[in-house]
Design a protein around this ligand. Structure first.
Ligand code: ZN
Length: 471
């Protein structure tokens, strides 16, 4: 223990109390500029990666630009090699091979590629009183009323019976039309306003207004027929093709600088692009890491990580197993010594709603990446709960690399809670901790993050991939 002058209050304060940095107060102008520059390509990423498929496509495009090549199971890999494995176009694993044996474990950062949205049902198109609609089933945890009366774009794929993939994007090009879900006017909302907030717009009312013009003389359902005609002309698809389609309605506007000082980014899909993008850029900056560096963008996090592209699938373990098999290393040894950051956003303290925050244990915008020992709900259920040993190591690494970070929980005990995919990775016997960017308006069509925090996520993941010890 270092000696402290107990009579000096300032010294007592600075030595004994944890500092809470407001980053725009403490970061140098140079560091601020770097952070703002870093966020420009991040905004482009947000705009071109609104769905899980687009996120994976964009990740692979960036990876290829950074020297990554497709992974083959029998590949001979040496330190510094860069590979990626595309899992069905919806999840991806990327790795930079380390100098240390795989029996010493890997450094893994796992973010997710999906975001809440409105998915089209298998038989979505119908006509009602002269208007055509697309029937949807919402995906993930949303406040349904937030999705009415905002412009929507349609993204996704239609797979024809012969296997041809038709890519669909309607509503992003400024020359495109957009779609929307309608809401009642205040004048006719006396009954609607008496509904529970979760039912202000009901799940079955999230139908998307899609067309109004008839095909003249075509009789009944001719508005619907006209929409089908337009889709056929543009994409060559028919009504039956919706069955083998994955079409997702997402907000139709781009990411924007937010605030007069441009210190924040407002966008659809910040959860979890704001962790996925820094995961990628950190991996790209790892040239010759000691421990093999692995980045994963997993799908289906917003609905529980089930399915073959979600973090509960064996694809992450299979990839590590393949690497180990080729290197003649026992996979169990590798997993046991691996470390993982589950990179996901966390709800930041919102001064407008202080009643749900825990004053000294919330996370705040502009104070760096948030380290959350556990997420979960009620009595810390359904969470991995990172070890104190792992947290101590990360504190050291982050402080050495001037990463601004903050500890915290998502809100007051028992007011709600949230889960991440981290627990599924820790169930593989990998020490895992949740680290991510604090965010406001989570799961809304316009989520808010601080630019300085985004940059700190990049610095945090970079320093983790650069770690030189397991301790
Ligand atoms: Zn998330």
């Amino acid at each position: 223990m270092n000696q402290i002058d107990y009579t000096d209050n300032e010294e007592l304060k600075s030595r004994l109390m944890r500092r809470k940095d407001e980053l725009s107060e403490t970061l140098s102008e140079d560091e601020m500029r770097k952070a703002y520059d870093y966020c420009e390509p991040y905004k482009s990423f947000l705009n071109s990666a609104k769905t899980e498929r687009e996120t994976v496509e964009e990740a692979i495009r960036l990876a290829a630009d950074n020297g990554f090549i497709p992974y083959e199971p029998d590949m001979e890999l040496k330190a510094g090699d860069r590979v990626y494995l595309n899992n069905r176009g919806k999840a991806v694993i990327l790795a930079v091979i380390g100098t240390e044996s795989l029996s010493e474990g890997v450094s893994m950062v796992v973010a997710h590629s999906d975001s809440p949205r409105l998915d089209l049902k298998p038989n979505p198109l119908y006509e009602n009183n002269g208007l055509a609609y697309l029937d949807t089933h919402y995906y993930g945890g949303i406040k349904k009323y937030q999705w009415a009366a905002v412009p929507l774009a349609l993204h996704g794929v239609v797979i024809l019976k012969d296997g041809t993939t038709i890519n669909v994007t309607i509503g992003e090009d400024p020359a495109d039309p957009v779609l929307c879900v309608t809401d009642l006017p205040p004048h006719l909302s006396v009954l609607q306003m008496k509904r529970e907030a979760s039912e202000v717009i009901k799940g079955e009312e999230l139908d998307i207004l899609t067309g109004i013009n008839h095909i003249k003389g075509a009789g009944s359902d001719s508005v619907k027929l006209n929409v089908l005609k337009i889709l056929y002309e543009r994409y060559g698809i028919t009504e039956a093709d919706f069955v083998s389609a994955e079409l997702e309605a997402v907000p139709a506007y781009p990411a924007r600088d937010l605030g007069l000082d441009r210190g924040m980014i407002g966008a659809y899909g910040n959860d979890d692009r704001v962790c996925a993008f820094p995961t990628l850029t950190a991996l790209f900056s790892a040239k010759l890491p000691k421990y093999t560096a692995v980045a994963v963008l997993a799908d289906k996090e917003e609905v529980g990580s089930d399915g073959c592209t979600g973090a509960q699938s064996s694809f992450v373990k299979d990839f590590v197993s393949d690497l180990c098999e080729n290197a003649k290393c026992p996979v169990r040894q590798c997993l046991k010594k691996s470390l993982c950051i589950s990179a996901d956003v966390i709800t930041a303290f919102d001064p407008i709603f202080p009643e749900v925050g825990s004053v000294s244990n919330s996370t705040y915008l502009n104070r760096g990446v948030a380290i959350t020992k556990y997420r979960g709900l009620r009595g810390k259920a359904e969470t991995g709960d990172a070890s104190a040993e792992f947290l101590a190591m990360l504190r050291r690494i982050f402080d050495e690399n001037k990463v601004s970070w903050q500890p915290g929980e998502a809100g007051k005990v028992d007011v709600g809670g949230g889960k991440t995919l981290g627990r599924f990775i820790s169930n593989l016997n990998i020490d895992t901790v949740d680290i991510g960017v604090p965010l406001l308006s989570m799961h809304s069509p316009f989520e808010v993050v601080s630019k300085l925090d985004v940059y700190m996520a990049h610095k945090a993941f970079t320093s983790f991939f650069d770690r030189d010890c397991f301790c």
